[in-house]
Write a protein that binds this ligand. Sequence first.
Ligand code: IVH
Length: 691
Amino acid sequence: MTERQAAAEIERLSAEIRRHEHAYHVLDRPETSDAEFDGLFETLVELESRYPELAGADSPTRRVGSDLTQELPEVEHTVPVLSLDKAYDMAGVERWMAKARAADPATAFVVEEKIDGTSILLHYRDGVLERAVTRGNGRTGNDVTANVRTIRTVPLRLHAPETLAVRGEIFIRRGAFEVLNAGVETPYANARNFAAGSLRRVKSRDVAAVPLEIFVYEGFMADPPPTHTALLSQLRRLGFRVNPATAVIREDAASADRSNGFAVIDTAAAAKYVAERAAARPNLAYDIDGLVLKVDRLAAREAMGSTEHHPRWAIAVKFDAPEGVSVVRSIQVQVGRTGRVTPVARIDPVPIAGSTIANVTLHNQDYVDSLELAVGDTVAVSKRGDVIPAVERVLEKDPEGQPVWRMPPECPSCRSTLTVQGAHSFCPNSGCRDQVRGRLRFFIARDQMDIAGLGPATIDLLVDRGWVRDVADLYRFDPERLLGEEGFGERSVAALAAGIEASKAKPFAIVLAALGLPELGPKVTDLLLQAGFRDIDSLYAAVDSGDPEVFTGIDGIGERTAASIMRHLRRPDPLTGSRMATWRATPRGLIAALRARGLRFAVEPAGTDGEQPFAGQTWCITGSFEAFKPRALAAEEIRMRGGTVTGAVSGATTHLLAGNGGGGKATKAEAAGVLIVDERAFLRLLGRSAG
Ligand code: IVH
């Protein structure tokens, strides 16, 4: 094949593939079988790999994306990227319609769905997609062209060599969102944030794997037709995907049945139409957060003009959701006990669904980027799952035009340079005060060591004074030093000293989980104990064996947990003298220090007389308890007395310890004739009285 023949063949294949893609994705009317399509596609890929110089920027093969990492450079917008004014009810809409009619008595209105996705501007030159830019702060956005090329409903080449720009919404269907969001490290709050996050991935091949879609709703061109509806149908003819759920409201609906292919509604029926669309919202395949009404005649739009923020010729009718509107006053970064650094937005306090929200976690840089959030922005805030506050979207950019917020390069607490792992940033310094504070607060928390007389405020004081630098220091420092500090007298110091002393008797299961090692929470600790690891040395031996199957063999412990236990409990490299500080910072070093101070790292047999009244019994525990929080405390009491504790009622179960709200297991136990013991009876068995 000569190069000229190859060029002709590439052009022919591209045109045919483009036609099939348009029929399939945009028109929803496939004209070919998948196999036939794949055949064409592969032939094109093959030809282009032989003649790479012939592969155009608009080749259909660009949709597969690439593995190269890219920057998303900032580019200035060449068309105004405005927001929408809002009405919250029909009265607001009617006031707006009256104003529009004052400008143009004959105007019709176009009603579109307000797609809850992420806004995009597409620039075409001579019919070829040249650039795709996010909304950004309205003046500049990010160039995401390589990623947008992977979206099948975005035409890479138009049906005519036009030079124009369009604005549209990129979104993902709810079903696809739910499936894909289930497998990610930091799940997104909603489909919109997921779509926005996907669009900003650094490898376009990753974007190609996400079924993003587009609806186009505004066009910018040299000689536009006279109306918005005519413009939309022109865009449609050029190959763009225009939302078919678009209607026109006009006075003479009966005479003009359909307008450029859109359904026509009589002005008198407008309110009914809006109500119907709101009611249909839960059944849509994608999220919408309202409707948009737009003036149809472009000359009337011109006459009405725009404010700095929004055009006067359009209005959004919002469907109500339990959301609040607030302003981001600052974004601070917090360092957690694992070193993970999390940005938190401080917002003007806003009441939402029964509580006042002032702080909202932003998770990580990717999350902030997907919102394109800057300090000063007005945002919509929700309560995810009715509990956790989340920033849903930016409603209005900060008038000062602040740049999108960036994670500082250094830890705000210790100034170490942050490291990045996956989506998250970490402070690498385990001696960082904020990390230490976090680990100590975790260690003493109610569900963990629950040390009487020691609360978070005291922890902060001890860390700030430099008296306590790790968990082991709690057992080394002299509580008397607190005498004279604000709020401390003889009595509180004595109570604290007694609380710390008493905590040395906390059972192994509690101590181990309180260390806060990744994946080693109360549940896994319990599984390990049940599996026969009754002291820290047996765990060390298993870790040192280097065989993760010792752990994965336990029902309920998976590969990730096993790997984490192996990594965090591994024996550090041989350490000597001056490196003692490093040794102390490792979990084994810390455990050695705590052990030396008398904390328990083995399951204790009951009493010194070694009496084992529960020997031969197999207990199962369900529900929650007053005297045993967490539940592992009850399990510990059983084991101390020689009993076995298992996770489920089985043929071997002899006793069920039933707390509050433990329905299923009790029913099963009852049927199996297992002895059911409530908390009062259990306390009596332990020789303690209830209450
Ligand atoms: S028109 C100048 N039409 O809503 C007018 N916007 O709150 C530009 N949106 O940032 C917007 N569906 O991302 C328009 N059918 C639609 C829309 C729509 C969703 C988004 C858009 C905009 C936001 C404003």
